[in-house]
Design a protein around this ligand. Structure first.
Ligand code: SF4
Length: 481
């Protein structure tokens, strides 16, 4: 059967797989990572075409032309909260164009299955969907009923049916999925994608999925990948790195796991295996501030790790408690010091507008940023996605301006605030985010921090990366001012 996997057109370079589902201020563009994993699974038995409209700057008309040519029987359309209406419309237009079944996937599918089906979509695949798509394709091909397929909602004779949830994948399942990097090579151009903390070009892969922590704002574990933590075997991950080194012109691999560092033991095993195999490609990962000690960080550095991307979120212990972050400011401070001691780079994430945010907590955050001097700084506008504990809390307390996620973004795909407190308005939240970023990156104090990356990192490659992010940030900043 022919299957068309589509990251639908929306705003150019819009990142559906990004945590905040927006257009990166510093030019970041994620791979359509989950669609790519589903492609890897489906391709074992079916003919699949993967199209990434935001990366290729494709319009709806470009997509329709491509779909007419490929003539798929099954079309899988990715979605995000901030682009949902657009994504449904794209699926509707494809359905008008060719005779096919449409499936909508992505985080909104688990929250709004009825609403999506009422818009004319044939099937909704809730939560993690790699193996669900394969089951759907096999059922259609064999003319079988959908009732045995777990994790989907669909219409039968005009009635909406919700099959039971599918179990999240196991560690063994993850080892069974072919390397996603092979999908990138076959279907995409790795030069289209960019992360401002990674050497260019880079590839993003998962070594594990799910996160057992309970941060109230975080959408992935609550609406998509679950809290069950499952991991690929170290050998399987190292085999993929070897394949990447031999077959792709990539300078770095980013481990997109919610938190690569949950198990210190696994991180150390990975580093040992990496060194034993004589691998050379750089890598970076998402990390938590309370999971690594200095020794492990030094091992990571020896194994060519560059950046740790860490969600500090706030510099106030009450705010951290309110969002169930699970560590204190002191832990974050020690972690930041150790990252530097180990010779790694730090990308620090903060959020403005979380419950308990006040003028004083914002001032504390500014002081903390000046103190830890991260190599890269990201400050986000608080973005409550439906299905998260944070969303429910804000709604119950009357702090949400709207519950339409499309209102989260401006016309360029950058974050607006839909949260407003009597003491901190939505406009102020956005203004403060922009101010903190400008003050950090455009101050002479950032020059030695950038220089450190050039001198201790990979020289010219670091300059190119920094220059590209700086240009994109300046463009963003000028437009916002
Ligand atoms: S640790 Fe990270 S990935 Fe896990 S819930 Fe918290 S913010 Fe989300």
């Amino acid at each position: 059967m022919k299957i068309y996997m589509l990251n639908p057109p929306y705003i150019p370079r819009f990142g559906r797989s990004m945590r905040w589902q927006d257009t990166g201020r510093a030019g970041a563009l994620y791979y359509p990572i989950w669609l790519s994993y589903a492609t890897a699974v489906a391709e074992q038995e079916h003919e699949v075409r993967l199209a990434d409209a935001p990366a290729w700057n494709w319009s709806l008309e470009d997509v329709l032309k491509d779909v007419r040519k490929f003539e798929p029987e099954l079309v899988v359309v990715d979605s995000s909260f901030t682009s949902l209406k657009n994504d449904i419309r794209v699926a509707q237009e494809i359905k008008k164009e060719i005779d096919c079944k449409t499936v909508l996937v992505g985080p909104p599918a688990s929250q709004y299955p009825e609403e999506i089906l009422k818009e004319g979509i044939d099937i909704v695949a809730r939560y993690e969907y790699d193996f669900t798509i394969l089951d759907i394709a096999n059922a259609i091909e064999k003319g079988k009923d959908f009732r045995e397929i777990r994790g989907i909602s669909y219409k039968k004779d005009g009635t909406i049916l919700h099959n039971p949830d599918r179990e999240f994948t196991s560690s063994e399942d993850l080892d069974r999925i072919p390397f996603v990097s092979k999908v990138y090579k076959k279907h995409l151009n790795i030069r289209d994608y960019f992360l401002n903390y990674c050497l260019y070009p880079m590839v993003q892969i998962f070594t594990g999925r799910g996160c057992p922590y309970r941060c109230t704002f975080c959408s992935w574990p609550q609406t998509f990948m679950g809290r069950k933590y499952r991991v690929r075997s170290i050998d399987n991950v190292l085999d993929e790195l070897e394949w990447i080194e031999e077959n792709l012109d990539a300078k770095e691999v980013f481990f997109e796991d919610d938190t690569f560092t949950i198990s210190k033991k696994r991180v150390n095993e990975f580093c040992k295996g990496y060194i034993e195999r004589g691998l050379e490609i750089s890598w970076s990962c998402n990390a938590r501030a309370d999971t690594l000690d200095l020794e492990t960080m030094k091992n990571m550095k020896k194994a060519n790790c560059r950046f740790l991307v860490v969600g500090f979120e706030s510099a106030d212990d009450d705010v951290l408690r309110n969002i169930k972050k699970g560590f204190t400011v002191e832990t974050a401070r020690d972690f930041a010091k150790n990252v530097k001691k180990a010779g790694l780079f730090l990308h620090a994430d903060f959020i403005i507008g979380l419950p308990g945010e006040k003028r004083e907590t914002i001032e504390k955050m500014k002081r903390f940023i000046r103190e830890i001097k991260p190599d890269q700084l990201q400050v986000s506008v608080v973005t409550p996605f439906p299905g998260t504990e944070l969303y429910e809390w804000l709604k119950e307390n009357g702090y949400l301006i709207t519950d339409d996620p499309e209102e989260y973004l401006d016309e360029d795909g950058h974050q607006k605030s839909i949260v407003s407190y009597p003491w901190l308005s939505s406009e102020e939240i956005v203004k403060i985010v922009d101010e903190i970023l400008r003050e950090y990156y455009l101050s002479p104090r950032y020059i030695p921090i950038a220089l450190r990356q050039f001198l201790r990192g990979k020289g010219l490659c670091e300059i190119k990366r920094l220059f590209r992010s700086a240009m994109m940030f300046l463009k963003y900043s000028k437009k916002r001012q």
